[in-house]
Design a protein around this ligand. Structure first.
Ligand SMILES: *[C@@H]1O[C@H](CO)[C@@H](O)[C@H](O)[C@H]1NC(C)=O
Length: 523
């Protein structure tokens, strides 16, 4: 009997041994970030890990071993202070201004709000143990201190692709000729001016971040995170020692680049498991759109209803003239002059809509999440970039041939009609979209399995020092090979110098001889 019981217990023991206590720190309030980050926490819990998540988004039916520490849910604009700006005004902001006004300020405000939240402070006051701390990498570096507090390895995850700052710290090759910082909009990155601007901006961003921004984040650590063991490492040092960085890109769509083994592409992770369903009214609308459906949605942060009147009318007038029906995420109850073939809704189940075969084109702001969804389901894009990485995403869309960029300032009836006609009537866009969709899914493991594999790898292999870049520990001149190059130059210069010396010597010897000979002749 005892034997039987222990046999029955064996699988449970096995699970208990393998599972870990994981702290998942994703306090940023933005919905689009959460769409991508959500599956990681839930999947870890589903695989038996004890997951504690610091989040702004409450799950409806989380697993029992998924524990939520809620941060105060405020919108980013409320936190930065002042009115929510009309996001369309950001369409002509430089990357520098976007960092100064939005990212640095917003990052500090959001981090402070998260750390100062009641539940977070209560959580920080209890004594706990974690085997792994996972933090979102998005201007909330103060949270990295939790890895030190709990003496756990740290893994980072970003909702964007390649992170130039992380590449610099961990000494991943920068590849500035082809790889650009995530929020720099560059129409022609590989041209001379493109590369020059890329170089300048990379240095600009890094210096501000390291010497100004991180200092402010350190102050937040001192203010809100108590009971950390001395000596306290700098946030810079913690990030440098990060075991893993999961990035939201995939080379089928994003620029192929060289990454260290602990920088792992998991682009499209939120599409691995699709559980949603279309509501009946939308399903009927899409099913009936036999001539095709135009789907228009500017994402969770950009509101279509804030479009200026002339641009709004341009859309409506063009939509009125086409044979297709139109589905538009419109955030207000009313839309004046609404054509009969147009249906609005304040919120759209986007994945499910894009999955519908009748959707012929996605008019979008080019946010990464939505772009990946269009890629996944093979839908051509007309992209109107507003800020952050949107322009870069859409540049890839255009280069890969499954869509077109429409500049916000250019929007008028004629241009809109032309680009819409082009995408709807030319099959190449759809063909290219299906092609990239196939390549985007063609991987050895799904992005979710990839992410979980590497996170568990860190737990299994005790922080996996072995996959970190040894170059990170070299001093800068050794890393840049300055000593070696200096030595080679020195040897070369010495050699040339000696050769010249010898030639001179020989020449003067010969000259002397000649003088002696002529003198002899003269005598
Ligand atoms: C799981 O996490 C919760 C919340 O952080 C914690 O209270 C609990 O003790 C943990 N369980 C185990 C078995 O460590």
């Amino acid at each position: 009997m005892d034997f039987l019981r222990s046999l029955l217990l064996l699988p449970c023991l096995f699970i208990i041994c393998k599972t870990a206590n994981i702290l998942y720190v994703v306090p940023f309030t933005s919905t689009s970030h959460y769409i991508m980050l959500r599956p990681i926490g839930l999947e870890l819990a589903q695989r038996g890990h004890n997951v504690t998540v610091i989040t702004a988004h409450k799950e409806k039916n989380p697993p029992k071993n998924y524990h939520e520490i809620m941060v105060d849910d405020k919108k980013i604009w409320d936190v930065i202070g002042g009115e929510r700006p009309n996001v369309f005004t950001m369409a002509s902001m430089s990357a520098e201004k976007f960092h100064d006004k939005i990212l640095w300020n917003g990052g500090l405000a959001v981090t402070e709000m998260a750390l100062n939240s009641t539940q977070v402070q209560q959580f920080l006051a209890i004594d706990q143990k974690f085997d792994l701390v996972i933090c979102e990498q998005f201007f909330q570096e103060a949270t990295y201190i939790l890895a030190h507090k709990y003496k756990a390895p740290i893994a980072l995850v970003t909702t964007f692709g390649n992170c130039m700052r992380h590449n610099i710290i961990t000494r991943n090759p920068l590849q500035l000729a082809t790889v650009i910082p995530e929020f720099l909009d560059l129409p022609d990155p590989t041209s001379f001016w493109g590369r020059l601007r890329n170089f300048y901006f990379t240095v600009y961003e890094f210096i501000w971040w390291k010497y100004w921004y991180l200092e402010k984040q350190e102050l937040l650590v001192q203010k809100y995170v108590k009971n950390v063991a001395e000596p306290v490492p700098s946030l810079y040092e913690i990030q440098r020692q990060a075991s893993l960085m999961l990035i939201n890109s995939h080379f089928s769509f994003d620029t192929p680049a060289a990454y260290l083994p602990n920088i792992v592409e998991i682009g499209g992770i939120h599409l691995t498991k699709s559980e949603g369903e279309l509501p009946q009214d939308l399903k009927t609308f899409l099913d009936q759109g036999k001539d095709g459906v135009v789907y228009i949605n500017f994402g969770s942060n950009v509101r279509s209803s804030e479009l200026p009147i002339d641009k709004k009318n341009a859309f409506l007038n063009v939509f009125r003239r086409i044979n297709q029906t139109v589905l538009w995420k419109w955030e207000e109850d009313n839309l004046e002059n609404k054509p009969p073939n147009l249906k609005t809704r304040k919120w759209m189940p986007q994945k499910e809509i894009l999955a519908h075969p009748n959707v012929k084109v996605f008019i979008s702001h080019g946010g990464l999440i939505g772009t990946q969804e269009a890629i996944f389901y093979g839908v051509p894009i007309i992209g109107i970039p507003i800020y952050a990485d949107q322009f870069n995403n859409l540049l890839q869309v255009e280069e890969k041939g499954f869509g077109k960029i429409l500049h916000y300032n250019d929007i008028n009836e004629k241009i809109l009609e032309n680009v819409l006609f082009e995408i709807l009537s030319n099959d190449t866009y759809k063909y290219k979209a299906l092609e990239i969709s196939k390549r985007f899914k063609d991987r050895p493991l799904t992005p979710l399995d990839t992410a979980i594999f590497w996170l568990e790898y860190i737990i299994r292999n005790n922080n996996s020092e072995s996959i970190k870049n040894p170059a990170a520990n070299l001093n800068w001149f050794a890393y840049l090979m300055i000593d070696v190059y200096t030595f080679i130059v020195f040897v070369f210069v010495t050699f040339i110098f000696l050769v010249i010396k010898i030639i001179r010597k020989l020449r003067s010897l010969l000259a002397n001889e000649r003088i002696v000979i002529t003198e002899k002749k003269l005598k």
